[in-house]
Design a protein around this ligand. Structure first.
Ligand code: KG4
Ligand code: ZN
Length: 353
């Protein structure tokens, strides 16, 4: 994508528990600010919407100002203001959308509504301020989106053009890891602690929990039965045995989740004939998933890209800005500021061209 100066975008994301703003120029991130609320939600074992809203409201002005200041640009240099309008928590999304509308009104800049999951799908293409890494678009791609709220296999046909091949029927992959961690007595978020425990026993699959929805050709995901299997197993153990088995329980659970993601992706590759794979969302940071997916895709002679920098796996506004720049370049979705509203259950299909 050529870098011209009509693609300087300020982006805002308040979809869940991070208050985030960034300034990008095309795919290059000029500044990126993320104010995490994770510590505020930790003691509740998950994200509490009312706490999230208040925290977003308290910090949004500061986060946006800092993103602009760090970019060394001024509001008048911007070509548009991108904002996540869904999917996410309604009362959290509202804070970002309101702020973006205010800024658009004050500055007269166009407002660009962006789907949060589009951001995760584009995250492997986000570059640092120097333009690294150089990854050229070579459509079509198969996208695996794995976060706390979503698990989706997506056919990414061309810029801003998507088809959903399979989605979750109940818990998302990240949500399953979060719930498993809670069952094992750990806090939120669960992904990192499960990963650490599993690595300590070299990913041993002692319990071989049932792999859900492994029906040939089926690309849907269901992780709630797996969570129930873990719960029953833990209940059947004495406190002493449970504590001794923690690492094996965590490892077996993680294997069941990752092997399911792996096999469904392989099926989607076979069904579509596409062997260029993208992975995005919080679970994409998991080293076990990365190892298994790289190996499988390599065996199929394909290529696989994950988000190139750690923060890009998680919620951030840089990825929203990159999608905003692509939309702005094509003069798509530039809405009059009065019109946009948050859409908590927004689907990727609604954002597809
Ligand atoms: O993309 P994200 O930051 O937020 C959503 O949009 O949902 O993803 C958060 C999810 C949580 O469920 C968390 O447990 C999971 O990502 N996660 C991980 C790891 N770190 C965070 N999952 C597996 N391994 C990790 N190391
Ligand atoms: Zn996300």
């Amino acid at each position: 994508m050529k870098q011209s100066h009509n693609k300087i975008i300020l982006a805002i994301d308040t979809s869940c528990d991070e208050t985030a703003a960034a300034v990008v120029c095309g795919r290059r991130v000029l500044s990126n600010v993320i104010y995490s609320q994770v510590l505020m939600h930790q003691k509740w074992g998950g994200v509490v919407p009312s706490i999230a809203r208040r925290a977003h409201e308290e910090r949004i002005d500061w986060v946006v100002e800092k993103a602009i200041r760090n970019s060394k640009l001024e509001t008048r240099n911007l070509n548009g203001i991108a904002v996540t309008y869904g999917p996410g928590l309604a009362i959290a999304l509202e804070v970002g959308v309101r702020k973006a509308k205010e800024l658009a009104q004050e500055s007269g800049k166009p407002l660009i509504p962006v789907n949060h999951m589009e951001g995760h799908l584009y995250s492997p293409f986000v570059q640092n301020s120097k333009g690294n890494p150089h990854r050229n678009f070579q459509f079509p791609y198969l996208g695996l989106l794995v976060s706390g709220g979503h698990t989706e296999l997506v056919l990414f046909k061309d810029h801003l053009t998507y088809e959903i091949l399979g989605a979750k029927r109940d818990d998302a992959a990240g949500e399953a890891l979060d719930k498993a961690a809670r069952i094992l007595g750990f806090g939120y978020p669960g992904g990192p602690v499960i990963e650490r425990l599993a690595a300590e026993v070299h990913h041993e699959d002692t319990y071989h929990f049932p792999r859900p929805m492994m029906i040939p050709g089926n690309l849907e995901f269901s992780f709630s039965g797996l969570k129930t299997s873990l719960l029953y197993k833990v209940r059947s153990l004495s406190e002493k045995d449970k504590n001794e088995q923690l690492r094996y329980l965590a490892s077996s659970f993680q294997e069941a989740v990752m092997q399911t993601l792996l096999k469904k992706t392989r099926t989607a590759m076979q069904e579509t004939g596409i062997n260029r794979v993208l992975v995005g969302g919080g679970v994409a940071v998991n080293q076990r998933l990365r190892f298994l997916m790289r190996k499988m895709v390599r065996e199929h002679g394909g290529t696989i890209w994950f988000p190139p920098y750690k923060y890009l796996n998680f919620d951030n506004a840089a990825m929203i800005g990159v999608v905003g720049a692509i939309r702005a370049e094509r003069r798509l979705g530039l809405q009059e500021f009065g019109k946009i509203d948050r859409v908590p259950r927004l689907s990727l299909l609604q954002s597809s061209l």
